[in-house]
Design a protein around this ligand. Structure first.
Ligand code: NAP
Ligand code: G4F
Length: 326
């Protein structure tokens, strides 16, 4: 019999890559999908799997829909990827962010606890929970948390309530503390995609500038396709444990700009990039740099795609997509 996986956030970047991986591993894949006027299946279509996954109407804030999904499917594995995932907007919609990211996670865990407690549960935690906290420049599973945005604070609640369900009720519930991971499917408001799309537009003559905020921020950027493999491995262990997932390399936004512009033959990006205060955050996280030694040792997981290759992959994808429309 095929294993059943339920993925919240199936239409997002990670939801699409994870669904592809699970289908390759012969799972029946179901996704909880919000009702909107124009449903976005773009990511699933881009990966060519739209017609291979199944959808259940629901929303993380609506407990009835979660009960329906868990009761109907009785899934072997539940991946909770749904979130208001944009840090920048979380100061503008802090209550929504808390209701989806924090209380939504509690509702899902609680539903599993009462209806189908043997389901294995993955929570999409984040390096944003560390804020500016580090140990000699690095973050590990042991680094203290100090969240600096409504997004990260809500995610920290979800992280601890996941651990609490494991410790209190013996559930197989784990949290993956994932550092930034990107791809051609990345949402357009995130800095990497904003840059690669902007570079492609400039190169094709349909754009003139990119407006950005803090160019000195440093992130540990990996490839989403690699990171979903780590999520799946976390649910295949003998004992439930939390893991940090990162590349171990950190780069500034400036370095991302250097590589992206150089890849299309523009050596100096200064004339095209404007710093705009509207993209500065009330409290930014200045540098993220993860050490994923535990994941390497226990999950046998390592990133395959490195920074330069990731930047080129994203620029090439945006060039191809936009050129087709011209
Ligand atoms: P994403 O592309 O923004 O996708 C978010 C998904 O959540 C979308 O499918 C969205 O559905 C869904 N969603 C939002 N609110 C919902 C609600 N109330 N009920 C049900 N679904 C809802 O995010 P991602 O980059 O794939 O990230 C996946 C998860 O990992 C998120 O929880 C994010 O916070 C976390 N994370 C991401 C990274 C990263 O670097 N990508 C790093 C660490 C942790 P719609 O299509 O309807 O909007
Ligand atoms: O691309 P970002 O918006 O990603 P951020 O804030 O690191 O969050 C992403 O990664 C987290 C994992 O660490 C996830 F939990 C979260 O869901 C999301 O996927 O910003 C990255 C950096 C920030 O320091 C920001 O201030 O880039 C800086 N930046 C500079 N100019 C900008 C811009 N960010 C955005 N989005 N837009 C700009 O114009």
């Amino acid at each position: 019999m095929k294993k059943i996986a339920l993925v919240t956030g199936i239409t997002g970047q990670d939801g699409a890559y994870l669904s592809k991986l699970l289908l390759e591993k012969d799972y029946d894949v179901y996704g909880i999908m919000r009702r909107t006027i124009n449903r976005s299946f773009e990511n699933l279509e881009t990966l060519g799997i739209y017609d291979q996954v199944n959808f259940i109407d629901g929303d993380l804030t609506d407990e009835c829909s979660l009960i329906n999904a868990i009761k109907t499917l009785r899934p072997h594995e539940v991946y909770n990827l749904a979130a208001q995932s944009f840090v920048g907007v979380s100061w503008d919609v802090p209550i929504l962010t808390a209701e989806v990211n924090a209380i939504g996670t509690l509702k899902l865990l609680n539903t599993i606890r009462y209806i189908h407690p043997t389901a294995r549960f993955y929570q999409a935690s984040t390096s944003e929970m560390f804020g500016n906290s580090h140990e000699n420049g690095l973050q590990t599973e042991e680094t203290p948390f100090h969240p600096r945005s409504p997004y990260a604070i809500a995610k920290l609640y979800a992280h601890w309530i996941t651990i609490n369900h494991r410790e209190s009720f013996g559930m197989y519930a784990v949290s993956g503390i994932l550092f930034n991971h990107e791809s051609p499917l990345r949402g357009r408001e995130f800095v990497t995609r904003k840059i690669t799309e902007g570079v492609a537009r400039i190169k094709l003559g349909i754009g003139t500038e990119i407006r950005l905020g803090n160019l000195d921020a440093k992130r540990d950027w990996g490839f989403a396709g690699d990171y979903v493999e780590a999520m799946w491995r976390m649910l295949q262990q003998a004992e439930p444990e939390d893991f940090l997932i990162s590349t171990g390399e950190t780069h500034t936004v400036r370095e991302f700009l250097d590589l992206a512009f150089a890849h299309v033959g523009i050596p100096d990006w200064n004339p095209y990039v404007k710093v705009d205060p509207q993209f500065m955050r009330p409290a930014d996280v200045f540098a993220l740099h993860g050490h994923s030694g535990k994941a390497k040792e226990k999950l046998g997981w390592e990133p395959k795609v490195h920074f330069e290759e990731l930047v080129k992959m994203m620029v090439d994808a945006d060039m191809k997509r936009l050129a087709k429309k011209m």
